[in-house]
Design a protein around this ligand. Structure first.
Ligand SMILES: [Mg+2]
Length: 520
């Protein structure tokens, strides 16, 4: 067996006899990435505050950008893009909008009404470091060219309307969101679903199933046991450098990071937490966050997924979302009620809990989401609130007594939620709770894991499937539509397309069904 290489070995340091082309290529890639990062590492706040097209253009020119990348979000929450030479970015052109065909975008227009316009939001500008050609990337609003109005089915339109609705309500003038998006970093993923066969296989050097694997240089052990990834140091944690690089790239893109660490599951589960921000910029940042996480991983020869349950038998991946309302610069959620909350915060919780099942259709939008929401893996399936209980759908963090830090943490969503829709829907549920003074019931500090089945049966639960969540949304969507934040047309289309997903998934035989039923 060859001896292991010291860390930071470069391709040219590779000893004779260790000229494995794949290893060499991997080291070269890492070197290139390090060199690229070193070029700009002197400035963590690499993206200055930009609010006009002229400022964005100045920033782009200063850094030698030649490409303008126009990005926007489809209904499932994937960032889409189209590019132009940078000279196409002018105040006039940006105000008029850049045309694209909306009929090919998931959840957008029908073919007969396909022409749409992208209006770049200069506040979202950042220099994309993943492209060889220096590129200024911006997130765009989508408008309907005939009416020159924000397009109804664009998620960013819905987020804008939720913010307008909050301001009109007089209840608060700012809603802060802090999502904790988790994800897995794998070394490979393979899958296929056909008529007569179906399989998936993910792999990670850290995976507990690899204790017996013959590895290059010898298997050195330190594989992370199930549910023990939170959070031993290296050599068990092999992804610190990768996460640190993601963080540096995020900060350079103007996303301030508070903390990052390995998460509980084996096989490279990770979490990076952003500093909270207002609803719209936070949703924009989450799109960038995913883009950067995925692309840094790719440079390291790894791959990131935000799927809630890519591994059977270990913790799934969630996206707890911290939220608070403010007015005139003052926090509204701190008070003298339970866990230092205000009455308003309790009503907000009341709203989240009352609409939780309908919210699940938006905050947990895939069939895979419900494989996370099962007992036994810290999943927040109990629709209760608590300052302590981690299986409660709502937790009140108690780390700080500072009123400015007082917030509600809704733990049900996962990172496949489209952030524009998810944050908007949660805000509307909370505001409905405040307006109707909804009582969240009594808090539950008793350990849910120690409850008897009879006690557990009294607690309402998150939906058991996407189908149930869609039923709940169908029965309870007025809090989303009555002030026109979500249009009825959007909700109807959303439910229809998600029902098609459910129907397709449930019609496919699975490998485990063969194990259970083939010889029955
Ligand atoms: Mg976490």
């Amino acid at each position: 067996m060859p001896t292991p290489l010291p860390s930071h070995t470069t391709a040219k340091d590779l000893p004779a006899g260790r000229q494995d082309p794949m290893l060499r290529e991997k080291l070269l890639k890492e070197e290139m990435l390090r060199a690229k990062i070193a070029e700009v590492k002197d400035d963590l706040s690499f993206t200055p505050k930009i609010s006009t097209v002229t400022e964005a253009l100045g920033f782009a020119t200063k850094h030698g950008a030649t490409v303008l990348d126009l990005t926007f979000v489809d209904v499932p929450g994937t960032l889409q893009h189209t590019s132009k030479p940078l000279h196409e970015l002018t105040e006039d052109a940006a105000e008029g909008g850049y045309g694209f065909d909306g009929s090919s975008i998931r959840g957008y227009q029908q073919i007969e009404e396909s022409d749409m316009l992208l209006i770049p939001d200069p506040a979202t500008a950042f220099l994309d470091t993943f492209t060889v050609e220096p590129t200024l990337s911006v997130i765009c609003d989508v408008i309907d060219p005939t009416k020159r109005k924000l397009y109804d089915r664009s998620p960013r339109t819905i987020a804008r309307r939720a913010v307008d609705f909050l301001e009109r309500s007089g209840i608060a003038d700012a809603a802060f969101f802090g999502p904790e998006a988790e994800f897995f970093i794998f070394d490979s993923v393979r899958y296929k679903s056909g008529q007569n066969s179906s399989f998936y296989e993910v792999d990670s050097n850290e995976g507990i199933w690899n204790t017996d694997k013959l590895e290059e240089g010898g298997n050195l052990g330190y594989k992370i046991r199930n549910k023990e990834g939170y959070f031993p140091v290296s050599p068990a944690d092999t992804q610190q450098e990768l996460r640190a690089t993601m963080v540096r790239e995020m900060e350079r893109a103007g996303i301030k990071i508070e903390t990052f660490h390995h998460e509980v599951a084996t096989a490279g589960q990770a979490e990076i937490d952003m500093e909270r921000d207002l609803l719209l910029p936070m949703a924009d940042k989450l799109m960038r966050y995913k883009y950067i996480a995925r692309n840094v991983a790719r440079k390291f020869g790894k791959t990131v997924t935000f799927m809630p349950k890519p591994l059977w038998g270990d913790n799934g991946t969630g996206m707890h979302v911290h939220q608070s309302l403010w007015k005139d610069g003052k926090p509204l959620f701190a008070g003298s009620e339970y866990a230092g909350l205000s009455k308003m915060a309790l009503h907000y919780i009341g709203g989240l809990l009352a609409h939780a099942k309908a919210l699940a259709a938006i905050c947990n939008p895939t069939t895979n989401s419900y494989k996370r929401l099962v007992p036994g893996f810290e999943a927040p399936i109990n629709l209760i609130y608590s300052a302590r209980n981690r299986s409660a759908a709502i937790r009140i963090p108690m780390y700080s007594n500072n009123p400015k830090a007082k917030r509600v943490e809704f733990r049900m969503p996962d990172a496949l939620a489209n952030p524009y829709l998810c944050f908007a829907a949660m805000l509307l549920a909370g505001l409905d709770g405040i307006k109707r003074k909804l009582d969240p019931g009594k808090h539950t500090d008793k350990n849910v894991y120690h409850m008897t089945p009879a006690e557990l049966a009294k607690i309402p639960h998150a939906p058991g499937s996407l189908s149930e969540a869609l039923d709940a949304l169908e029965a309870d969507s007025e809090f989303l539509t009555k002030d026109g934040v979500f249009s009825k047309d959007f909700i109807a289309n959303y439910i229809e397309s998600k029902r098609a997903e459910v129907s397709d998934e449930s019609s496919r035989p699975t490998a485990s069904e063969f194990g259970r039923y083939f010889d029955a």
